[in-house]
Ligand binder design. Sequence first.
Ligand SMILES: [Zn+2]
Length: 333
Amino acid sequence: MTTLHLTHTAALTDFAPPWHPERADRIRVIEGCLERQRFAALVREQAPRVAHAALHRVHDEAYVAATLSGLESGCLSQPDGDTHVGPGTLEAALRSAGAAVQAVNEVMTGQVRNAISIMRPPGHHAGRARSAGFCFFNNVAVAARHAQAFHGAGRVAILDWDAHHGDGTQEIFWDDPTVLFCSTHQWPFYPGTGAACEHGEHGNVVNVPLPEGADSAMFRASLETSVLPRIAAFEPDLVLVSAGFDAHWRDPMAGLDFTEEDFRWATGRLLDIADRVCDGRVVSLLEGGYDLIGLARSAAAHVEALMEPPARCFERAAEPAPEAAPVPNPAAA
Ligand SMILES: [Zn+2]
């Protein structure tokens, strides 16, 4: 079984002014790493355009229509304070969501073991009817809904370890007991949501806010104690990852202190659970990550872990856990 890798040259267009952190070089540096020999076993495919029907499962019809026409005509130049638009934005956004759908198709039908999409723009801040934080369409939500609608997935779990809370994803699945949304993120911080007391209508939202400066031990302890047991108990048919890498210590957009090895470890632990509950079905989608070195190293470690055969993941799980650190809860402070 193999790991599918999806990307497209549409992600190599800059939509925003040169100073903007969400830029094409993010994709270039990751793809540069993934061309190395140790990634030769990846199954490489071009990200297709998403079908509009897949967007309608997540977003309001009027929002989809306005966004598509606005991006196409160029009228939608800056839909919110952070999110810029330029020539090529529409093509990239359609293929970023399309990669999510294609990844689900191949993982759910057993053509590949798991999949990684290295596309932009990211998606986890996009809500049902709003763009935000560089995001137009919520790619991970589109993937979850597609898995349910087309592949009969009853339950889908999402792990979002981006430094920023996935407010759009939380909004979309807030009242849906068939989707478990788990997030570790810096808090208080942009976008302002993600307090530990936000549980969703059916207890299907798990937020683990981390204070500025939270390090590897705190990240790993938060996953071991609050997130991974919930995903295992949920017994999902598919696990999705909102794989942002702006929690890396080098990243200028956040104040967390993780390393690339944390993302390798987290990926391995998640694969262990996925192997037990859903035949290893994992689809990972790039979200944030703005320091090019930290981003490339983190994404490479994540993809390497996705490519490891299951036996190695189990061996890694048998290793002693890192020293547990108490997980602070700013909401309770
Ligand atoms: Zn982020």
